[in-house]
Design a protein around this ligand. Structure first.
Ligand SMILES: [Zn+2]
Length: 194
């Protein structure tokens, strides 16, 4: 999921965060809308090995570099059920959340808010999401846990778990807004700018 502010204000936040420099991962290019990997369901993870641990680090590094608050593995071309979330943009190391094979087990309330996606850069739209969600997932070691999120965190959980089902936020927009964005992307692609 893209940061709320994609303006220069957003990059100031990142520049101040030591967590970005401290991360051990490598920055991977983010797959853009149009790549089929974004629209197919991702596979369940069964191996909790060092390779998965490294991938988690790479995902955090890639997310922070892109100023995002969430990133799903299909967005770096890996069709597996893994996502990372940090709504503090790296400011609080305690806020780093790793979701392996996550599922929403409870949702409550509704909030309509603008949303963006690192795989659909430059476009935003209003999406209704639950105000509270409870997610059951595994960590990188395979241990099961539950986590509750509210507002932006709940939105990020829903957005990233959608990615693991091959669903983009565009699906939740009005048909008018969705078609407008798709037309603009088509034009950008023709011009070689997508
Ligand atoms: Zn996204």
């Amino acid at each position: 999921m893209a940061n709320k502010s994609t303006s220069s204000k957003g990059s100031t936040v990142t520049a101040e965060t030591p967590a970005v420099a401290a991360t051990k991962g490598k920055i991977c290019p983010i797959v853009k809308y149009g790549d089929p990997v974004l629209e197919k369901p991702a596979a369940t993870i069964t191996e909790f090995d060092t390779e998965l641990g490294q991938l988690v680090e790479d995902m955090f590094a890639s997310m922070y570099a892109a100023n995002g608050v969430g990133l799903a593995a299909p967005q770096i071309g890996k069709s597996i059920r893994l996502a990372v979330v940090d709504v503090t943009l790296g400011k609080n190391p305690e806020a780093k959340i790793v979701l392996v094979n996550p599922e929403i087990i409870h949702a409550e309330g509704e909030v309509r808010e603008e949303e963006g996606c690192l795989s659909v850069p430059g476009f935003r739209g209003y999406v209704v999401r639950p105000q509270f969600v409870t997610v059951r997932a595994q960590n990188a070691k395979g241990e099961t846990f539950e986590i509750r999120g509210e507002n932006l965190l709940a939105r990020a959980f829903c957005h990233e778990i959608d990615h693991l089902h091959g669903i983009l936020f565009l699906t939740h927009l009005s048909m008018l807004k969705r078609d407008l964005i798709k037309r603009k992307i088509k034009k950008l692609r023709k011009e070689g700018e997508w």
